[in-house]
Design a protein around this ligand. Structure first.
Ligand SMILES: C[S@@+](CC[C@H](N)C(=O)[O-])C[C@H]1O[C@@H](n2cnc3c(N)ncnc32)[C@H](O)[C@@H]1O
Length: 396
């Protein structure tokens, strides 16, 4: 077994001089596109109208070069920005000056969430794109919650364990192809070119905000999109309860427990969270694939199926990021195959069939066979699962 140095997400970005989300907002077209997407996230998905931010004290952790908060500054938020990566701060300052929004920044603090000290609370607390990758993520989440004023809002995003299966699958295929092509360095030029030859056409069909190279480094070869960097609703809701906070909304918007209920029938927080998690099992095939499935086409995922995905993700992570797991130990799990195979939606049945075939194809010792095994798939190539999830919550 090879022992690898555990790096933090921040060290990973700094070592590779990676701006993981370089959103191009400088020209009018880029800015408009960014605003439309952020507005859609807040208003249509998280059900947070712009008034939630106007003249509010908003703190964002891990703001990177500040493009997301720039939208909130334009809405009139009073910003505290906390970012440990000093490399991105010159771009941040420059951007706010160019937009004439620098006066909206009340504080810009070059530290991480653990090092941030505040003697006050905020109307809105944000942490996007890094929390699930932290070794001490539970403490970080509890700290975030503690910074929300009573009645205030928190918004976090995380890489979902089950929603990331499609990304992990691409990591697995890519690792196998790299093995066969003898491309040792996952972060080198050869690796990037190989990734492009396999995935850039599919990536091009995604409505992504970032360029292919940023996805390659931040997802495809990132050690943080692995078992250790993935979170799930069960763990997050448990933490919210500990911190006296309640789930408010999510993106993707899959929670419907409050629909069609009379508002006077109030569910206790823990009870409501339990109902949300029960609904989660009904949406399992959606989380895995990203395909919207008609209600009743598939039953709730049994514990055995969920566990088989847990095991699979651990194995794929072991194969991709260490030499602990060999390729012949990777198989499409039977309980999962049976569960998806029993779906009344033919697309889900086909996905499961293609998955099984893909796991067989990577066993070949021939690079072209593995490549063809992926490129000939009809569904998998166009599926990205539901990797990134947002949760908003309210402090009691
Ligand atoms: C994937 S980027 C996301 C940037 C931005 N929030 C977004 O969603 O577009 C993750 C950001 O979190 C920052 N970060 C990493 N570790 C952190 C920590 N412990 N505390 C606060 N921020 C952290 C990184 O430097 C980086 O700017």
């Amino acid at each position: 077994m090879t022992t690898k140095k555990e790096t933090t997400l921040l060290e990973y970005y700094q070592e590779h001089e990676l701006n993981p989300v370089p959103i191009d907002v400088e020209d009018q077209v880029g800015w408009k596109d960014h605003v439309i997407k952020r507005r859609n996230l807040y208003e249509k998905h998280l059900m947070l109208p712009t008034a939630c931010f106007r003249d509010r004290a908003v703190i964002e952790f891990g703001c990177n070069s500040g493009e997301n908060a720039l939208y909130l500054a334009a809405l009139g938020a009073r910003l505290t920005l906390v970012e440990p990566n000093g490399q991105v701060l010159p771009r941040l300052r420059n951007l706010y000056e160019r937009f004439g929004l620098d006066s909206r920044i009340e504080a810009l603090v070059n530290t991480d969430i653990a090092g941030f000290e505040a003697a006050r609370q905020y109307d809105v607390v944000l942490a996007e794109g890094f929390l699930s990758a932290l070794a001490e993520r539970d403490q970080a989440a509890l700290k975030l919650c503690s910074l929300v004023k009573p009645g205030g809002l928190g918004v976090i995003s995380f890489d979902d364990r089950y929603g990331s299966l499609m990304e992990l699958l691409r990591q697995m295929i890519f690792r196998r192809v790299r093995q066969l092509a003898a491309v040792e360095d996952p972060h080198g030029e050869q690796s990037l070119e190989l990734a492009r030859s396999l995935f850039s056409e599919d990536f091009g069909r995604l409505n992504a905000s970032r360029p292919f190279a940023a996805w390659w480094e931040d997802v495809l070869v990132s050690p943080f999109v692995s078992w250790k960097g993935l979170w799930c609703y069960h763990e997050v809701l448990t933490l919210l309860e500990q911190a006296d906070c309640e789930f408010y909304s999510s993106s993707p918007r899959w929670v419907s427990v409050d629909n069609f209920t009379w508002y006077k029938n109030v569910a206790e927080r823990n009870c409501r969270h339990e109902r949300i998690l029960k609904e989660w099992n009904n949406c399992f095939a959606y989380f895995l694939t990203g395909l919207v499935i008609e209600a009743g086409a598939i039953g709730p995922a049994p514990a055995e199926v969920v566990e088989s995905v847990d095991e699979l993700i651990k194995k794929i992570s072991g194969f991709v990021f260490s030499d602990d797991v060999l390729v012949d130990e990777l198989h499409w799990p039977e309980p999962l195959g049976e569960y998806l195979g029993g779906c009344r939606d033919a697309r889900i049945v086909a996905v499961s069939r293609e998955m099984k075939a893909m796991f067989e194809a990577i066993q070949a010792d021939d690079l072209e066979k593995v490549r063809a095994g992926y490129q000939q798939t009809k569904f998998l190539r166009n599926l990205w699962g539901t990797h990134g999830h947002y949760i908003s919550f309210v402090k009691a």
